[in-house]
Design a protein around this ligand. Structure first.
Ligand code: PEP
Ligand code: MG
Length: 566
């Protein structure tokens, strides 16, 4: 491991994880002990939860066929496996109700089909082990359905899910797919697909995954739903279903084997924390009154808070305009753009608009950009202007028009700026349209290294830590295996942030952070200590960041920053 791997506030290294060693390292904080030890991953969504864990079952792998000594026992296993599948589906149907219940009951009936059982038993009598017999029987059933064509053929794919469940049960493995045990649980998985996460019910208390990084799908979804989450937690899939675990989505700790008393302390503490956060209001700042603007990251006006319960933020620090047009085949018209921007300007007092950030993880089909070998290093963000110059000018025009209509003075910034020359060119073009406050995002190390020079061209900087981490560590931001490199506590990343902030202080110009790191309450004081003047984040993160800042003085923030850099 490199010497400067990410360190957490309590001195534990994120990439130096104990493997259930009883917490012998003595660095864990909090009320729980966890008789079965602890694991440490990356905490990516604040909050604590405790409850029985259940692993997301993955499609089982068939073992190599071997000799069968007791065909009768194999036949009994087949029967039990099919019964277990039907029982599980019927239980889920009962919990789901409505149309979903009908579908689940129909699937349970297939699992109970005597013809399927007979077919599988025929295979066990012929010397096959139960998992292989089930596999063969389901495969035959599937082929028969597919041959019927039409609606029934479409249902053939459902049989694969049933087969995976039955084979898993015969092998003594958890059944694949989202569990629905009928009680609250902590969902544990190797990784979660978008489909898995879309189906998460209210009975999920927290998420823990073996893979995944701070900007992974799991992390983003968990934050948006306020679910505590830990990713990159090695060894968690080796724990048994039903184990009582405690999850701390801030520190990344997973305590194993919690007692009843510890579980109820976690639940009480979390309930109190949520009540405190719900009541949290007002501008951001440290305990000794150093102001730090707390802003929102939005993709459209729909993400702005509505009513009293919304985040009490001080404006919008990142309006990701490309989110308005992600699925479009046709370019949005000028008028359509004006109305989308004006809606946001009319509803939020201070708005930082980012011009289209197309390419790589955010493709915009209507631009018709050519495919690339290495899209993250290709024509994306501001660089699209090199191929399609009209797009940026039209957007700047639309933003300026919308601002006039709404009587607003938005700040406007460009993504993926690399040199002072690019910053200057962007600033001139934006100002020519009548935009008064122009800035650039710092997402490329070259821009961070030359922050002072960039600030001679523009009025502010906004640090995109998601991409800045990706490019600093040459680690794809979506790559779960490289999660430790993408940890925003990495000192090299912090050094680049410090460099930008210091340049801001010298120039007397604001330097904010708008990547996911800004919404992490453990990191927020550190970023402020580095000299950052605003933090922009998803609405659900604002209260916890506000409370975390209110607990520390500016000097304490600076001390944390110094320690982290060292
Ligand atoms: C970033 O890169 O940190 C950022 C805020 O931009 P996005 O996540 O939209 O690429
Ligand atoms: Mg970015």
């Amino acid at each position: 491991m490199p010497d400067d791997g990410p360190r957490r506030d309590d001195g534990a290294r994120a990439d130096d994880r104990p493997s259930g060693d009883g917490g012998a390292r003595g660095h864990m904080k909090g009320p729980w002990e966890g008789a079965g030890g602890r694991l440490v991953g990356l905490g990516v969504s604040q909050g604590r939860a405790a409850g029985p864990m259940i692993r997301l079952g993955e499609p089982p792998k068939l073992p190599a066929p071997g000799p069968v000594t007791d065909p009768g026992a194999e036949a009994a296993t087949v029967g039990k496996a099919l019964e277990a599948v039907a029982a599980e589906l019927n239980r889920r149907a009962l919990a789901a109700g409505g149309e979903a219940a009908e579908i689940l009951e129909a699937l349970a009936m297939i699992a109970e089909d005597p013809i399927l059982l007979e077919e599988a038993e025929r295979h066990t009598a012929g010397g096959h082990a139960a998992p292989h017999a089930l596999d063969a029987a389901f495969t035959k059933h599937r082929e028969a359905l597919a041959a019927l064509g039409g609606y029934l053929a479409e249902r053939a794919a459902d049989l694969d899910d049933l087969k995976h469940r039955a084979v898993a049960s015969a092998l003594g493995l958890p059944m694949p797919g989202l569990p629905s045990p009928g009680h609250p649980y902590v969902l544990v998985a190797t990784d979660l697909s978008p489909a898995d996460t879309a189906g998460l019910g209210p009975d999920v208390l927290a998420l823990v995954t073996e893979r995944g990084g701070p900007t992974s799908h799991t992390a983003i979804l968990a934050r948006s739903r306020g679910l505590p989450a830990v990713v990159a937690c090695a060894g968690v899939m080796d724990l048994d279903d039903g184990t009582m675990i405690g999850v701390d989505g801030g520190t990344g700790e997973v305590a194993i084997g919690l007692s009843e008393q510890e579980t109820s302390e976690v639940v009480q503490g979390e309930t109190a924390r949520r009540a405190r956060l719900q009541a949290s209001r007002g501008p951001g700042g440290t305990a000794d009154g150093h102001a730090v603007k707390l802003l929102l990251n939005i993709g459209s006006a729909a993400d702005l808070p509505q009513g009293e319960d919304g985040a009490d933020a001080e404006g919008v620090g990142l309006f990701r305009t490309e989110f308005l047009f992600l699925d479009r085949k046709q370019p949005p018209s000028f008028e359509e753009q004006v109305s989308a921007y004006a809606e946001v300007f009319a509803r939020a007092e201070h708005v930082v608009v980012r011009t289209l950030d197309a390419g790589t993880d955010k493709p915009l089909p209507f631009l018709g950009l050519p495919g690339e070998q290495n899209p993250a290093l290709g024509v994306r963000g501001l660089r699209v202007d090199r191929l399609l110059p009209g797009v940026l000018d039209t957007q700047l025009d639309a933003i300026a028009t919308a601002a006039r209509q709404a009587g607003a003075e938005p700040w406007v910034m460009a993504p993926m700026v690399t040199t002072a020359g690019e910053a200057g060119d962007f600033a001139r073009r934006a100002r020519a349209k009548g935009i008064a406050r122009v800035g650039v995002m710092v997402e490329v190390p070259a821009a961070a290294l030359r922050a002072g020079r960039l600030l001679r061209e523009v009025d502010f900087l906004s640090i995109g830590t998601n991409d800045l981490a990706q490019y600093t560590f040459a680690a794809d931001r979506q790559h779960s295996v490289l999660a430790d490199l993408l940890d925003p506590r990495q000192p090299a990343l912090l050094e680049l942030i410090a460099r930008c902030a210091e340049a801001g202080v010298r120039a007397g110009k604001p330097v904010g952070v708008c990547g996911e790191a800004a919404g992490d309450p453990l990191l927020a004081p550190l970023l402020v200590g580095l000299g950052v003047t605003s933090l922009s984040m998803a609405g659900v993160c604002v209260p916890a960041v506000r409370e975390a800042l209110a607990e520390v003085t500016l000097d304490e923030c600076r001390e944390r920053a110094r320690a982290a850099l060292e």
